[in-house]
Design a protein around this ligand. Structure first.
Ligand SMILES: CC(C)(COP(=O)(O)OP(=O)(O)OC[C@H]1O[C@@H](n2cnc3c(N)ncnc32)[C@H](O)[C@@H]1OP(=O)(O)O)[C@@H](O)C(=O)NCCC(=O)NCCS
Length: 201
């Protein structure tokens, strides 16, 4: 039996993308089943956010760069999609598809020979869909310095054996930072639903 425990969630630090003037109910968070250890969880038992997080490292090669020697945005997008898909699959134990990608801003370039580090984590699960946040940092291996290159939020949907959307297990934020991400992701989901209604999708 899964115990429900409504964490009190405070949004601290940066605000989520999109309007924030919603009346937001307490996040529907779950606690981990105490009697079950990792590896024996049922398919829909809640899982910790940290369990599915992904760290992916790539090197910028000449084939990835434009005439300025900086990486193509599309290459970064593809790496973001892959890192996020791995996190969503790892969390849900299901095949997943990308339903949408929110605004993607490229903050700083990465150059030929540099190393790109991507960190992805499942921030929020509603029913069949999951928001995954990805942060991309570019590292100059010679100068041993690194800077924030891009961030993105993607929505993935878990699929059943017939390729239809199916329920994904709840995600449990544990640290203060994870709780902040969970609460911010819940606001973004409301904003996405409103935007889709507005566009009739
Ligand atoms: C994503 C997809 C599975 C949704 O299928 P659907 O029949 O519309 O399913 P539903 O309307 O029941 O929605 C299922 C979930 O997806 C979410 N969803 C659907 N479209 C979405 C979108 N554009 N953005 C964010 N979430 C979306 C819904 O909110 C719902 O979430 P919930 O269950 O957590 O409440 C379907 O549109 C699809 O297969 N798209 C193509 C995916 C693909 O090929 N991606 C690769 C890149 S092209």
């Amino acid at each position: 039996m899964v115990e429900r425990h409504p964490y009190k969630v405070d949004v601290v630090g940066s605000t989520p993308a999109g309007p924030t003037n919603f009346s937001v109910p307490l996040a529907q968070e779950s606690t981990l089943p105490k009697s079950k250890s990792k590896g024996t969880l049922g398919p829909l038992d809640p899982r910790p956010m940290s369990q599915s997080s992904v760290t992916m490292t790539e090197m910028v090669l000449p084939v990835h760069t434009n005439s300025l020697g900086t990486i193509f945005g599309g290459v970064i997008m593809s790496w973001i999609d892959i890192a996020a898909a791995i996190a969503a699959q790892r969390h849900s134990g299901r095949p997943v598809v990308t339903a949408s990608i929110d605004d993607l801003h490229f903050i700083a370039p990465a150059y030929n020979g540099w190393v790109v580090n991507l960190k992805a984590s499942v921030n929020y699960v509603s029913k069949t869909s999951m928001e995954v946040g990805v942060r991309v940092d570019a590292e100059n291996p010679v100068k041993a310095c690194s800077h924030h290159t891009a961030s993105a939020y993607l929505t993935f949907v878990a699929l059943d054996e017939e390729g239809k959307p199916t329920q994904a297990p709840p995600v449990v934020p544990e640290s203060k930072e994870e709780k902040r991400r969970f609460a911010a992701a819940e606001l973004r989901r409301k904003w996405r639903l409103e935007r889709r209604q507005l566009h009739g999708r």
